[in-house]
Design a protein around this ligand. Structure first.
Ligand code: FAD
Length: 455
């Protein structure tokens, strides 16, 4: 920022962290221009493509983002991938500062034999598929088997289990893709088994999500009362109200007589997968019972016993966490799966801040927290960026106007905000005809065609 020149910032990724960062920059009381660069033709990140379609009230947060997008100084540059269409070094040249808010684009692995057998899926892929992510529409999930296993005890695992169990009526009110609706309704699955490594008191899912499992039209929820009887798995650290409520809900589930609904959603704790078995494709999962060992300070570790069991199943969803993907030239912490940073300032190999380079959201902290957590996170990052701007350590490097010429020269057609609005209108109109909130456009071709018709 020099003289009356605006501060020009590129924010990479248009999920919650990117939008909150853009909003904080535009509200800073300085002349600021923000280019929000997004690889997809559509904004909102996981709010559009992660949050479960039967949770439309959560997706309403996009209205906050729409207000940010309407502010002067904001531009959306969709269909532009950093690392492919634009290099990090080019962003450094073109902008005063760059904020990476590109989320966690891949999954963590279990590291067990058979993990890549046909029918063993990362939850990331299934979630992206039923939400209409254009990179995942070619996948085919074979749901003809009787038992599906979901590995993990977070909210994403609960989302996947619930989506597999939704009834026609429950799906009708959502923007789940047509292909996913057809597959779920036509599925032969009778049992959805959710496995947690540690005990019920240590499960990461939150109470409202757990309660929803007990309210499904077409599925009974089942928990073995013996799993809730005693031991570290049901010991609540004093003051942990969430764990108290979780146990309360689970105890009620354990005493419920089954209503003989079409499917059963079974929650099982203190169990880890050790191998996925099958000849060419999944036939069973081998699991081990864990013993839980407390450290006396509330932390509980799962230690495998020798007690193993083979459970027949036809499909497995591995939901043990998302992970960031490195971008060429941006320092990456392989162990954490995040950009190397301190409070959002990106650090070089010597642990020193890289002038003008920042990060926010899941690529900064790892895949945890709700949408609102990213607001606090992005605010912290932007405060440091503004502090550096005031201290003059950003330096003026280039002119963001040049980015348009650079992209045009490479034959990249940018989807602007009006392009996204055209997609949004088209999807809502399709939805209206069919009594649904929207019917998503799910291929790159139809998304781009609709976006460019607007221009
Ligand atoms: P993201 O939302 O992932 O956004 C990152 C964006 O960056 C994406 O649009 C991506 O396309 C783009 N991008 C990536 N790489 C590049 C690149 N190289 N160039 C340009 N663009 C790029 N939270 C709740 O509060 N309630 C819920 O119900 C809820 N449900 C969830 C369900 C699932 C399945 C998941 C995975 C998460 C859920 N969350 C929920 C958490 C919430 O979605 C996250 O906290 C939040 O989306 C993280 O924001 P982010 O901006 O860091 O990343």
């Amino acid at each position: 920022m020099t003289g009356s020149q605006p501060l020009r910032v590129a924010v990479v990724g248009s999920g919650p962290a990117g939008f909150y960062a853009a909003g904080q920059l535009l509200a800073a009381g300085l002349p600021v221009e923000v280019d929000l660069i997004e690889r997809l033709p559509t904004p909102w990140g996981l709010v559009r493509l992660g949050v479960a379609p039967d949770h439309p009230n959560i997706k309403v947060v996009s209205r906050v983002f729409e207000k940010i997008a309407a502010q002067p100084g904001f531009r959306f540059l969709g269909n532009v991938e950093v690392g492919r269409d634009l290099a990090h070094a080019e962003l450094e040249d073109l902008y005063d500062a760059v904020v990476y808010a590109c989320g966690a684009q891949t999954d963590r692995r279990l590291g067990i034999p058979g993990e890549d057998l046909q029918g063993s899926w990362p939850a990331t892929a299934f979630v992206a598929w039923y939400n209409g992510h254009p990179d995942f529409q070619g996948l085919r999930f074979d749901l003809s088997c009787e038992r599906a296993v979901v590995i993990g005890n977070g909210n994403v695992a609960v989302d996947v289990a619930r989506m597999l169990a939704l009834s026609e009526q429950e799906l009708a009110a959502t923007d789940t893709t047509d292909a996913a609706i057809a597959a779920i309704l036509g599925s032969g699955i009778r049992e959805i088994l959710v496995l947690g490594r540690r005990g019920a008191a240590q499960a990461a899912f939150t109470t409202p999500e757990l309660k929803e499992l007990g309210e499904l039209a077409d599925a009974d929820v089942a928990v073995d009362p013996a799993q809730l009887a005693s031991g570290p798995g049901v010991e609540v650290v004093s003051g942990d109200a969430t764990a108290e409520r979780t146990l309360e809900v689970l105890r009620e589930y354990a005493t419920r007589p089954p209503a003989r609904r079409r499917r059963t959603l079974r929650l099982r704790f203190e169990t880890s997968p050790v191998a996925i078995r099958g000849n060419g494709r999944i036939e069973a999962i081998e699991v081990v019972r864990n013993e839980l060992v407390g450290d006396g300070r509330g932390s509980v570790r799962a230690v495998p016993t020798g007690e193993r069991e083979t459970i027949p199943c036809g499909i497995v969803f591995r939901s043990v966490g998302y992970r960031g993907v490195p971008i060429d030239g941006v320092p990456f912490d392989e162990e954490r799966g995040t950009i190397r940073n301190r409070d959002g300032r990106v650090l070089d190999g010597a642990g020193e801040p890289l002038a003008g380079v920042y990060c926010a959201g899941w690529i900064k902290r790892g895949p945890s927290g709700v949408i609102g957590t990213n607001k606090k996170c992005a605010t912290e990052t932007v405060e440091l960026l503004l502090e550096d701007a005031r201290a003059g350590t950003l330096g003026r490097r280039g002119d963001a106007g040049h980015v348009d010429a650079l992209l045009a020269g490479r034959g990249i057609r940018v989807v602007g905000y009006e392009g996204w609005q055209a997609i949004d209108r088209a999807e809502r109109a399709l939805g209206e005809k069919r009594g649904r909130p929207r019917v998503k456009l799910v291929t790159w071709e139809e998304l781009l065609q609709t976006a460019f018709q607007a221009g």
